[in-house]
Design a protein around this ligand. Sequence first.
Ligand SMILES: [Zn+2]
Length: 242
Amino acid sequence: MRDQILVLDTLQRIDMELSQLEKNLREYPEKISDYESEIEVSRNKLENSKNIKQEILVNKSGIELDILQNEDLIKKADQKLFEIKTHKEYEALQKQIADTKRKNSALEDNLLEQMVKLEGIESRISKEEEELANRVNEYTDKIAGFKEKIEELKIIYPPKKEEKVKIASGLTPDILSIYERVKKRNGFVLAIVRNEVCTGCNMNIPPQLFNEVLTLSRLIQCPNCQKFLYCEEELKSEAKTG
Ligand SMILES: [Zn+2]
């Protein structure tokens, strides 16, 4: 039975390695896509700011054009003032000039606002460009590193899996199915017995069972946690002599 315990021990070791490899194979692509989406977030933020800047520029040139047109109107009206004969017409035209000047003054306030906004968005854009460049720089290396690791894992994993199958073939189907069941429930499949106590769950082992563990007459499972029990010293001394 000592051989069986050794097989179980080896199998457990390989299973742990396999599950670590599987975990990495699962997590590394997630890390890559996390990095990629963070870069994407930065890129979208910058894109959004550039769109806002574009809107401000369109708005600004619209206002500038309106101001120019109004100035032109004022100039023409000013000239027309000299040609007018009646007082009524003169007053009407003067009112029109004053109105246009008021409109232009409001437009100039608005223009100033747009220029302040433009300054703000330009400084935001340069910050965001820097942030994007830093992220791309930092994450590109990380992504490449994880891609390399994934390729390595893809090479390491299949032979390890084959090794497991080979080792598992050293166990009877009964024991193998118990092994898989206990592994699923507890993670660990083997437990050392010390002073008649299962170290897997800290429960006392009945003396009769403990004797059987000592003599290695058959595979014994802990009545409580179901792990296969073995006695550390016994296994070592057997291993030395046998
Ligand atoms: Zn136990």
